[in-house]
Design a protein around this ligand. Structure first.
Ligand code: ADP
Length: 592
């Protein structure tokens, strides 16, 4: 447990500064609940005391009537009946307003924290996402943030009003009988110890339950994202079992928490009962010895119930409060994660680059003591086409990730036009690259918007030009709504080749000086590949290009070939001849 409950609550309040006035209104509203509840039996009291009984009608009702008004029995009963309606009206109006306010403030606050978390999570390093997985982030953004509403709106506010009731009742008790007030205070230390114990215990286990719930969500997320594979291998049933098992683990955790919570609630209930029993006993002795009247004892016992009532409701809330605090801690844990690879405090704007890169003794490892890349050194000129080859796991993608500054090297230095890339602003630096991946990533909007993702604000004309350059225009025009046709989630309504052409068009429209192609034709058939290659040739013109590929004909288009094996640069070949590639093919095949 990194933070205590109090520290966490303090931090939420600090972060939710803009909601303070609205939270105050909510709190004041919650204070009204008790007096409104006290109004309820008033109509009955009026009917009994003044209707059937002989008590005069109270003044605050009289003021609404002329002095000459005759409060007959039937008039009083009518007034009592009207009071039922008026009190119900007040009560329901109060309920309506506080419900609306709770929803309004609560939802706004959740949205605020969700947006903050989403913004932050997007900027976290890839290393974080590799470690945690996307379902964990989803759970934190979607579910953990919801607890901010429950904590501030549904739990803390009643807790605070219970606390205020408690304090005021203790003061009232002091005025009636200080001795009894002191006895009632004796219950507080053991209660405090129990509360602390339960908080520690509950909190520790709530972390595990939330982890288990997020793990169950991982299964769901993974399966829904890979339905094609699940279906084709006929694994629906076993995936169902996997989901059930991991969800069941979470459910068992929830039940365990309910058990622990109920146990502590039971202990607190018994402590309160013991306190009340003590009062009964001492009070009865006092009455017997004449130190106190029976009326006084009745009054003190009634007040005692009002002191212990809030204590009991505080104890009942403990479990939920701890659950919410754990969620909030999980939200803050993400917000505390360092953003991205670190940007140098004096990072400079990047002037227009030529695209001259140098790797100087670069080393990198994902895990300690297990180097992924070692001692990589090479230099390339602007406009070079660099083919990166090597068996699977050689470190090709890692090299590209370093080039993109998704990670920083653990040794050595990468420079662009002679300057360490760390000296430049990250966003500026990344802006120099266009990327085309083996599996193109499309978003569930229209074709046109997917292309202009490369340059927001691009005109229709520019989008069409880019699509033409990428050999995509013709197929786009054949779709139902042309550039406005939606592509479906992750572009699933298009073929692999079509998706790839859209991602090429995106690279065209971005018009960045450096191009990264990560096996762009890896998953395409020969005919589609030829069309894509033609567009890609156009795209590479005048740009420094890095291309990972296994295909010899694609490598032929490169003037420099870097051959990586087991994280080391085996050789650099400039302006190779055809025999070189033939030979390479043979060694690569042997290697795999
Ligand atoms: P290639 O692109 O040549 O197939 P990679 O660069 O993807 O190779 O991987 C190089 C090595 O690093 C492999 O052993 C792989 O298992 C490991 N690796 C890749 N990505 C990660 C990661 N995110 N976390 C830990 N290890 C990784």
């Amino acid at each position: 447990m990194k933070y205590s409950s109090f520290q966490l609550i303090k931090r939420i309040f600090r972060n939710a500064r803009q909601f303070w006035p609205r939270l105050l209104v909510l709190f004041l509203l919650s204070l009204l609940a008790t007096p409104i509840a006290l109004l309820k039996p008033y109509a009955l009291k009026l009917m009994i005391d003044s209707g059937f009984g002989s008590k005069p009608v109270p003044d605050f009702i009289r003021v609404f009537f002329p002095d000459s008004f005759d409060f007959t029995f039937s008039a009083i009963i009518l007034i009592a009946a009207a009071l039922v309606i008026i009190i119900a009206l007040i009560e329901n109006l109060y309920g309506f307003v506080s419900w609306l306010m709770e929803t309004f403030v609560g939802e706004k606050m959740v949205l605020y924290f969700r947006a903050m978390l989403f913004d932050h999570i997007q900027r976290l390093s890839l290393a974080y996402h590799d470690r945690k997985g996307s379902a964990d982030s989803l759970y934190r953004i979607q579910w953990d943030t919801m607890c901010i509403r429950s904590l501030l709106v549904e739990q803390l506010s009643p807790l605070l009003s219970s606390f205020i009731t408690l304090l005021s009742m203790i003061v009232v008790m002091f005025m009636i009988n200080p001795g009894f007030a002191i006895i009632s205070l004796c219950i507080i230390p053991p209660l405090f110890v129990l509360t602390r114990l339960s908080a520690t215990r509950l909190r520790k286990d709530w972390y595990k339950v939330k982890e288990a719930e997020s793990a169950a969500m991982t299964v769901l997320h993974e399966v829904l994202n890979s339905l094609r594979v699940v279906k084709s291998f006929g694994r629906e049933e076993s995936e169902g079992e996997r989901f059930f098992k991991s969800s069941d683990h979470a459910v068992k955790g929830q039940i365990k928490m309910a058990r622990i919570g109920a146990f502590f609630s039971f202990l607190i209930g018994m402590l309160i009962a013991a306190g009340t029993a003590l009062f009964f006993y001492i009070g009865a002795l006092h009455v017997q010895s004449g130190k106190m009247t029976l009326g006084e004892l009745t009054l003190v016992l009634a007040y005692l119930a009002m002191v212990f009532g809030p204590l009991q409701s505080i104890s009942k809330n403990l479990n939920e409060v701890q659950s919410s605090l754990v969620s909030i801690d999980r939200v803050f844990a993400v917000l505390d994660e360092e953003k991205e690879v670190e940007e140098h405090p004096q990072a400079e704007r990047l002037p227009p680059v030529k695209g001259h890169f140098e790797f100087k003794n670069v080393g990198f490892s994902y895990q300690q003591d297990k180097p992924t890349l070692q001692d990589i050194s090479f230099m390339i000129q602007a406009g070079d086409r660099v083919g990166i080859m090597g068996t699977t796991g050689a470190g090709k993608s890692t090299l590209i990730s370093l080039l993109n500054r998704f990670y920083d090297p653990s040794a050595g230095m990468i420079s662009i036009d002679g300057v360490d890339i760390k000296n430049y602003k990250l966003a500026d630096y990344r802006d120099q690259f266009s990327i085309v991946l083996q599996e193109p990533v499309l978003f569930s909007t229209s074709i046109g918007e997917n292309i202009s993702y490369g340059r927001p604000g691009a005109t229709d004309k520019e989008i069409i030009e880019a699509a033409k350059a990428a050999n995509a225009h013709d197929f786009i025009m054949k779709t139902a709504n042309g550039y406005d046709t939606p592509v479906g989630e992750r572009g699933m309504q298009l073929s692999g080749g079509e998706r790839q052409r859209i991602s090429l068009a995106r690279a065209f429209i971005k018009n960045a000086p450096v191009l990264i192609l990560d096996e762009p034709t890896g998953s395409l058939d020969i005919k589609t590949e030829a069309q894509i290659m033609e567009a890609m040739e156009r795209l590479m013109k005048g740009r420094t290009t890095f291309m990972i590929t296994h295909r010899l004909d694609t490598l032929e288009a490169c003037n420099i070939i870097l051959h990586l094996e087991q994280g080391r640069l085996m050789e650099i070949v400039r302006d190779h001849d055809a025999d070189f590639l033939k030979e390479k093919k043979i060694t690569l095949l042997k290697g795999t």
